[in-house]
Design a protein around this ligand. Sequence first.
Ligand SMILES: Cc1cc2nc3c(=O)[nH]c(=O)nc-3n(C[C@H](O)[C@H](O)[C@H](O)COP(=O)(O)O)c2cc1C
Length: 345
Amino acid sequence: MLNPLHASAASEFAALQARGCAFLGTETAIMGGAMSWVSERHLVSAISNAGGFGVIACGAMPPELLEREIAATQALTRKPFGVNLITMHPKLDELIQVCLRAKVGHIVLAGGIPPGPAVRAVKDGGARLIAFAPALVLAKRLQKSGVDALVIEGAEAGGHIGPVSLTVLAQEILPHIRDIPVFVAGGLGRGEAILGYLEMGAAGAQLGTRFAASVESIAHENFKQAFIRANARDALPSIQLDQRFAVIPVRGLVNEGTKRFLAHQAEVVQKFQAGELDKTAAQLSIEHFWAGALRRAVIDGDVETGSVMAGQSVGMVTSVQSVADILAELHAQALAALVARAQRQ
Ligand SMILES: Cc1cc2nc3c(=O)[nH]c(=O)nc-3n(C[C@H](O)[C@H](O)[C@H](O)COP(=O)(O)O)c2cc1C
């Protein structure tokens, strides 16, 4: 039997999550952030079956593959899940139609401000649209354009990142966007932190790194062990060597690959200065360095030269846990914080 303090903490936490749960159609307002190569049928269905909201990462998949992945996920869960599409995918419109035909209820458009026609296609097709807001002005613009919910992802996150921390984004955006649910992401690894953001007005939270190292994740054992070994300070953004040649900021574990990337940039800049490469060729050579590198790390287990994308929350990955255990742990931590507060009062 629950003691009264615990029972009231549980109902308080449920109330704080209610809006996010209603929007997602879940028992808990925790989304599994889409992770290319990692967020496929097994992890996505495991998160949804455990009461959270799994999201398929479409990444560079062609429409036929996405269609198969959605069907395979639907075969593993009857619970709601979403699909994350990258806005610069050349077949974005077709991918949206694939999701709509398969009756996917929530589409996440990532990798930039979603183009108007894509927003309309999702809405006209009856799905709910989730987009990323990297600043308050953009959050307001997205809300006006008809987006149904926002994710604010801090620079602590794994993968492609913006420059601003979740601590600051949350203060900038949560007090002002009240009409649509806002989910927080980046660096979250414990329930107390999630509780804090819910109390600030967030509808829920999105986690990536912790789920990437779960039992159900298909990531290679080397990838999961690298997460267990790593501390927060090992998950660093990619470094741009020369201001003339842009490097897209991606947070991941420092390894031989990140060292080679610096050496590669230095070599490319030298060739450019010597007139051996023009500007476009030099930029492309820098951009191509990481092609296929995430797959190499996640699937092949090459954590030395591959791209081991990870958030600063990686320091809170201490073992390979099942998705259900991760969700139960986050829940228990949030409840313990509420109980401790009630005991102080
Ligand atoms: C290995 C990895 C791959 C990722 N790939 C994507 C992606 O393809 N699309 C996307 O929108 N976000 C991607 N992300 C970001 C996650 O969806 C999520 O927002 C982020 O991991 C949250 O921060 P956390 O890792 O600290 O929990 C990726 C993150 C990781 C760790």
